[in-house]
Design a protein around this ligand. Structure first.
Ligand SMILES: C[S@@+](CC[C@H](N)C(=O)[O-])C[C@H]1O[C@@H](n2cnc3c(N)ncnc32)[C@H](O)[C@@H]1O
Length: 202
């Protein structure tokens, strides 16, 4: 496992909130995934970041604490969105963060401008539907990180898919196929967390 050099440097209060959130139903990004995001923004600092499925804003906060970027977050669950706002406030980040509360499928088409980093961590079955907007919003040279694309080995076909989850697995497999076949994207799939697709806009 890669060393978590950057994650370990984060504010202790944020690390404590992450530990609590990791045990929740829709857990926050794993340490390895967050380390990968932080390593990327250290190397190529983005001016604007977009996170889809921001949860309680813990990954958003880490990305903002690690950069001077402005961030747009989308979260559908009102309680989580309220916690995300509290967390932006708690870490003094509210001025650089805008949170849209609602369905990403409705909000994404309304967003404009370009983002240097997009972290896609919302409803897995919707990733394919979001892709045209994500590409429109990703600047050239920018990177789209799509989380959980190998979901329990189903995405790659490495593990048998329970019958109830076949539809979800098919959505993810199709999303991966679209990413890899897209001539405007160069995609690498990292076996960290539940699989992280890293797609650079050419
Ligand atoms: C895995 S959690 C996000 C964790 C967060 N990215 C982090 O790293 O801390 C997925 C989130 O997507 C949100 N979500 C689910 N469906 C959504 C939708 N249609 N639009 C926006 N957010 C959605 C869930 O409420 C949940 O908070």
């Amino acid at each position: 496992m890669a060393e978590l050099l950057r994650v370990k440097r984060l504010d202790e209060r944020l690390l404590a909130l992450r530990e609590r959130a990791k045990a929740g139903r829709d857990p926050t990004a794993t340490d390895e995934t967050l380390e990968c995001l932080l390593e990327h923004i250290e190397r190529e600092p983005p001016a604007r970041i977009l996170e889809i499925g921001a949860g309680e804003g813990l990954t958003s906060c880490a990305l903002l604490l690690f950069s001077a970027a402005e961030l747009t977050a989308i979260e559908a669950d009102p309680l989580r969105a309220a916690r995300a706002r509290e967390n932006f406030e708690r870490f003094g980040l509210s001025e650089r963060a805008v949170l849209y509360e609602g369905d990403a499928g409705e909000i994404l088409p309304l967003l404009g401008g370009e983002y240097g980093l997009i972290f896609l961590d919302g409803p897995k079955a919707q990733y394919r539907r979001y892709l045209p907007d994500l590409k429109r919003l990703l600047r050239r040279g920018g990177v789209l990180f799509s989380d959980d694309v190998l979901l329990f080995g189903w995405g790659s076909g490495a593990a048998p898919i329970p019958s109830k989850r076949r539809m979800l697995a098919a959505h993810i497999q199709e999303y991966l196929r679209l990413l890899q076949a897209d001539p405007e994207l160069s995609t690498e799939i990292l076996p960290i967390g539940e699989g992280l697709a890293v797609s650079t806009r050419l």
